[in-house]
Design a protein around this ligand. Structure first.
Ligand code: GLC
Length: 440
């Protein structure tokens, strides 16, 4: 490998020393966020506290905010047991991402109404549902949430600064169903944390590593100094961190290019280095740059912007463990580079691995930062509930996260236990709704 590739490897690899420094910076930003000072980690109170695990009942839950909209019926049976008798998944198209707020809320209401009708539910009764809305929101209660900004490529008009609950309820009313109402709104990380805690009281974090990335944890209300009034209401509260905004992290020219291409330049720096929404673009940009510098044979063609890899393809490339790296040939051909040499394929794989590993290492460092904020010396076990396609499905990702956690936790490595919390966010909002209901 030549100098350019060596530099790429150096720029995209995060040393233990850098990780330790990052953890300190994360702690400082978390403190600033809790105090209401300017911080790239927003630290948003979620107006919900941990469930006991004994909440019961059947809940309708809606999960909106990634690639798909999911409507589901969730049964909480107590003692940490959850069953999901029915689920409906619908892709969120580009028309919704960049349409109007009315279209977006109408899309949600239509999906819920269809689901309820299909399930034979009585449409005349009062019905409250749990609503996972996976964006930064300024909450004043469990049923009021003002959208702070869009992330993950959404740029729907007329919603930023508005109460999302009121907008969604208006869509139901317009369709003749004013009695279908939002009983609880929560970020997906908060849902995942609630789900994790319902099943395992040692859960310290709810994390999403999918289209976007973020985490929630439980904080003492006495530490949320920006809202002193919370203390009189409850001892603890879940915090939606919005860690995707963290900006004290060294970026490469490629990260800057991704930022410029995005619908929210200047924001979500960490998310753009970690989340699935951006990984394929990063790999494609790097490959194009290496082609321009002559690192590839002429058979390797620049990837056009409308044909950039997606995260699933990056994972497939990393997964090619065949001797001659032939598994990825078809994929490269689909992107305009047929018949490339072995060396070319090896370099493509190197880039894919570097980007996936960097993502996993940053995510693991962030998780360790939050765990250490809660319990610096790792005195007790911390389970980490993780949902999201990247963590769950990308080749080698979980293993790399585990390796990085072990590196940071040292001899206390067994105190930190990440686990996949499938559909954590959607199911979790049912737990949130049940926790609210049992406190009434
Ligand atoms: C983005 C959103 C955040 C969400 C995350 C994962 O970072 O801003 O609210 O939790 O994506 O979906």
């Amino acid at each position: 490998m030549n100098k350019k590739t060596d530099k790429l490897i150096a720029d995209l690899t995060i040393s233990l020393e850098q990780k330790t420094k990052l953890i300190k910076d994360v702690h400082a930003e978390m403190d600033r966020g809790l105090a209401g000072e300017k911080s790239s980690i927003k630290m948003l109170p979620a107006y919900i506290w941990p469930p006991t695990g004994n909440e019961r009942g059947e809940y309708l839950a809606i999960d909106f905010g990634g690639t798909n909209l999911r409507v589901m019926l969730v049964k909480l049976e107590g003692q940490g047991k959850i069953v999901m008798p029915k689920i409906r998944v619908q892709t969120i198209g580009p028309d919704i991402l960049s349409g109007t707020g009315e279209q977006l809320c109408g899309f949600i209401a239509d999906a819920v109404i269809d689901f309820m009708q299909e399930a034979g539910m009585d449409m005349t009764l009062e019905k409250e549902f749990g609503f996972t809305f996976s964006f930064p929101m300024d909450q004043r209660s469990i049923t009021s949430a003002f959208l702070i900004s869009w992330t993950k490529g959404f740029c729907t008009s007329g919603m930023v600064g508005e109460n999302v609950v009121a907008l969604v309820q208006a869509a139901f009313a317009k369709r003749g169903f004013p009695q279908i109402r939002v009983g609880a709104i929560a970020n997906d990380t908060v849902g995942t944390l609630a789900h994790g805690l319902y099943e395992n009281s040692a859960t310290s974090l709810g994390v999403i590593i999918g289209t976007g990335t973020n985490a929630a944890y439980v904080e003492k209300t006495s530490a949320i100094t920006k809202f002193p009034a919370l203390q009189s209401k409850t001892d603890t509260m879940m915090i939606n961190m919005e860690w995707g905004g963290f900006d004290r992290i060294g970026r490469t020219v490629y990260d800057e290019m991704i930022d410029e291409l995005s619908s929210n330049p200047g924001e979500q720096f960490l998310e753009k280095m970690v989340a699935a929404r951006y990984l394929g673009d990063l790999v494609s940009l790097i490959i194009n740059d290496l082609i321009e510098s002559g690192e590839f044979s002429p058979a390797m063609r620049p990837i056009k912007e409308d044909a950039f890899f997606d995260a699933r393809e990056v994972s497939l490339i990393a997964k090619d463990e065949s001797m001659a790296l032939t598994d990825m040939e078809q994929l490269l051909e689909n992107h305009g580079s047929g018949g490339v040499r072995f060396d070319d394929r090896a370099l493509v794989k190197k880039v894919a691995k570097l980007i996936l590993d960097r993502s996993a290492n940053i995510a693991a460092t962030m998780m360790m930062a939050v765990v250490k904020k809660i319990d610096f010396s790792l005195e007790r076990v911390h389970a980490i509930a993780i949902d999201g396609s990247l963590y769950e499905k990308a080749y080698g990702y979980k293993e790399e996260v585990r390796r990085a956690i072990e590196e940071l936790a040292g001899e206390k490595k067994n105190q930190v236990k990440p686990f996949v919390c499938k559909d954590g966010s959607g199911v979790g909002v049912a737990v949130v709704a049940a926790t609210v209901a049992s406190a009434k």
